[in-house]
Design a protein around this ligand. Sequence first.
Ligand code: PAF
Length: 285
Amino acid sequence: MNTVENIKDLREQVKTWRMQGLTIAFVPTMGNLHDGHLALVKAAHRHADKVIVSIFVNPMQFGLSEDIDNYPKTLAQDKESLLKVNTDLLFTPTADIIYPKGFGENSYVEVPNISNLHCGASRPGHFRGVATVVCKLFNLVQPDVACFGSKDYQQLQVIQTMVEDLSMPVEIIPVEIIREQSGLAMSSRNGYLTPKELAIAPTLYKTLLWLSDELRASHQARDYAVLVMQASEKLDKAGLKTDYINLCHAQTLAPASPNDKDIVILAAAYLGKARLIDNLPVKLS
Ligand code: PAF
């Protein structure tokens, strides 16, 4: 696996593969890779001849109160993991390469409406940072397809909307959430949890399953606000601190109405130093 840090080397490799008629799949990451990321690389191999992974901890998507400096950096270990899943090229730019003028001076991509809901409400500017860096990485890598994990459900919708709105020539492939045996969705942020918190964390997914069962039982007759309140109480009782639990239309992410059949439960909760997110799509008949 070749690793490149600068744009010139990346473009040269991409050009060579293009001249050979090869297709390219892209997996953008912030490193500290776990099995969820490796599932993205495996999915990428099913869609193209060559797979490029990027590792870049994007300062533009972190809020002022969010500690980017302590975001886990495990490059040597990440390289070993990426080798095992046959990654063809790793791109590891620095912030100076991605934002030579500083990210405050950089042009940006804003996906309206959807970016301000849910996680966007708790993390102002976060999705602007995500959309901007993903757009920039797409322009650098010029992939045919790009794989994103479904754990970040809202991120996936933001990126899908950006690609459609701006006619970007890339197909977005959503990849299923990979969970620990306990049900906890894999995330780099799980590394912040103490053993005691790790025992509590699966309550988030269990609560989503409970909510989904309740909705399916008789969704027409249920008061969504009451269900959400009960779910939130379950989280808080277990020792998590609910940020939000929202029942949403699966594509627009607007609040679900009782007539919506295709919905998704989105949730975020604080636990120790971590902010955990999870989601569960629910099809109602
Ligand atoms: O999901 C992530 O790890 C990041 O938000 C992404 C898509 C790599 C952009 O920095």
